[in-house]
Design a protein around this ligand. Structure first.
Ligand SMILES: Cc1cc2nc3c(=O)[nH]c(=O)nc-3n(C[C@H](O)[C@H](O)[C@H](O)COP(=O)(O)OP(=O)(O)OC[C@H]3O[C@@H](n4cnc5c(N)ncnc54)[C@H](O)[C@@H]3O)c2cc1C
Length: 473
């Protein structure tokens, strides 16, 4: 069903990420030219690469660190996400318990420490990114989801999380939607952040510490010589060639076509889409009673996440997760009318009080999905290159932890982080095409069907569950 006002509400939405469409966006830095040398080359200027560069410089100010990005720092997932900065390193506690039962307590502790360290860095460098520890409210919108919330709360309490279950009236007193049947509030393990400003602030901090940053510079290939790695680059409007010879390399290219062939088996780029409303008027805000600025997410298999921005807009994203055959990533895939219409319809079902609200922006971005839904790590070229990927839509916080792991791996150290199962073990690979696309699309279809059938998982999902490949948000 298309609500009559859905088309009107979307009519003027700018097809760009709201977060990146603001005057404070920094001017691009010049592309790399000629041959260069560095102790550490970081490829990719999203959170992963920026944290790696920053932490490397903090650990050793004399280390010569050079970072390149094919676009500008933060233009990709890092500057266009929902801004839920979570402590979890394992895409939720339940996924962590399933996959790393022996060390999930330690991962939980490290995740909490990581979130605190992000807060400290934001304060220390004066990063103006509206970092607010307002927590996350998970809501049940179908009766069967109430049992799931109760189970999640019990598990969370076992690990010492201070969560609170809310009944129908309590949850609607927090945020008033006629769809809400109950909720679980996690007060202190999720912060809300302005994602692009976090990326831009990390870039500024890197520059202040002396990291050399070149934007609009693509690494086109890597090869080893006797003592170092050589990265070939193409930069600027003319694709001018350049090169960097570096002792160590961090590969932080997320869901983009990887420079290491072996990574292709482990990653699929999945498009996630988002709508942003115009700023709500005080009367509209009163109508939904959303006063506490916490992040929200519903708890279906196909779920929505939403939050309020500093200037009082609602960001509403998620639900569809779209895979394009052959791991395709392309700018034209960021706009998807059918998904925006679905999201708008769900928005108005969630908040019928906001029937006259319009959307100012609509966009999509690519998520680095792996079969275990949380990051994996590795090295190549005899330990001179380290990579991290597979954050599967929960990388705003976890990428800082991932960057610490990368630096430990490059130091060749046997450290508490490199000894983790999470770091040593790889996820199962995806099959090659066409089985890959068939499997992913069948999974999507089955998840939608489970949501429509009170959570009942079909034979395909139960088989994936048995193989340790199932996902239950
Ligand atoms: C719509 C959307 C919503 C999301 N919401 C959330 C959320 O609320 N909470 C959460 O925790 N996570 C969320 N995520 C996921 C989160 O944004 C990512 O996990 C995180 O930003 C990954 O950071 P990254 O640095 O690894 O990747 P990216 O930010 O994608 O950075 C990778 C960089 O590598 C560069 N690059 C690629 N190839 C090359 C090359 N050959 N040469 C040079 N540079 C190259 C790219 O230009 C890019 O800038 C969301 C993602 C999307 C798309």
């Amino acid at each position: 069903m298309t609500l009559p006002h859905t088309g009107r509400a979307l009519a003027d939405a700018a097809p760009v990420p709201y977060w990146l469409d603001r005057p404070e966006r920094p001017d691009p830095l010049p592309p790399l030219t000629g041959p260069q040398h560095a102790d550490l080359l970081v490829i990719g200027g999203g959170y992963s690469g920026l944290w790696a560069a920053l932490l490397a410089k903090q650990a050793d100010p004399d280390r010569d660190v050079l970072l390149v990005d094919v676009g500008t720092c933060g233009w990709a997932a890092s500057g266009r996400n929902g801004g839920f900065c979570a402590a979890s390193l394992t895409h939720g506690l339940a996924n962590g318990v399933d996959r790393f039962p022996d060390e999930v307590g330690e991962l939980d502790r490290l995740g909490r420490e990581n979130l605190d360290a992000i807060a400290t860095t934001v304060a220390e460098f004066g990063i103006d990114c509206d970092f607010e520890r307002t927590g996350e409210l998970a809501v049940a919108v179908a009766p069967y989801q109430l049992d799931g919330l109760a189970a999640d709360a019990e598990l969370a309490r076992r690990y010492g999380h201070r969560v609170r279950l809310l009944d129908r009236d309590e949850v609607r007193a927090e945020v008033n939607s006629p769809t809400y049947l109950g909720g679980m509030f996690d007060a202190d393990r999720v912060a809300m952040v302005d994602p692009a400003r976090l990326a831009w602030g990390l870039r500024r901090a890197c520059l202040d510490l002396g990291v050399r940053v070149h934007e609009h510079t693509r690494v086109t290939g890597l090869r080893a010589d006797s003592a170092a790695l050589r990265a070939a680059t193409a930069g600027g409007p003319d694709d001018a060639p350049g090169s960097v010879r570096a002792r160590r390399v961090v590969l932080a290219t997320n869901a983009f076509p990887p420079l290491l062939r072996r990574l292709r088996a482990y990653l699929v780029p999945v498009y996630d889409h988002v709508l942003m409303t115009e700023p709500l008027t005080p009367a509209q805000r009163d109508a939904i009673g959303w006063r506490n600025r916490q992040g929200l997410a519903d708890t279906g298999n196909q779920f929505h996440y939403y939050r309020i921005t500093a200037d009082g807009r609602i960001l509403f994203g998620g639900y569809d997760a779209v895979y394009h055959y052959g791991n395709r990533v392309a700018p034209e895939l960021e706009q998807r009318h059918a998904t925006f219409t679905t999201l708008a319809r769900h928005f108005f079902t969630t908040f019928p009080q906001l029937a006259d609200v319009r959307f100012s922006h609509s966009w999509g971005g690519v998520i680095d999905t792996c079969t275990r839904f949380c990051p994996f790590f590795g090295t190549a070229y005899g330990g001179r290159l380290a990579y991290a990927a597979g954050y599967t839509g929960l990388g705003v916080g976890a990428t800082r932890f991932g960057a610490r792991v990368l630096l430990d791996l490059l130091d060749g150290g046997n450290t508490p982080l490199t000894r983790l199962d999470l770091v040593r073990r790889k996820p199962l690979p995806f099959p090659p095409e066409p089985v890959r696309a068939i499997g992913i699309n069948l999974t999507r279809w089955s998840l939608a069907r489970a949501d429509a059938r009170e959570g009942r998982r079909d034979l395909w999902l139960r088989t994936l569950d048995r193989l340790g490949l199932g996902f239950d948000s």
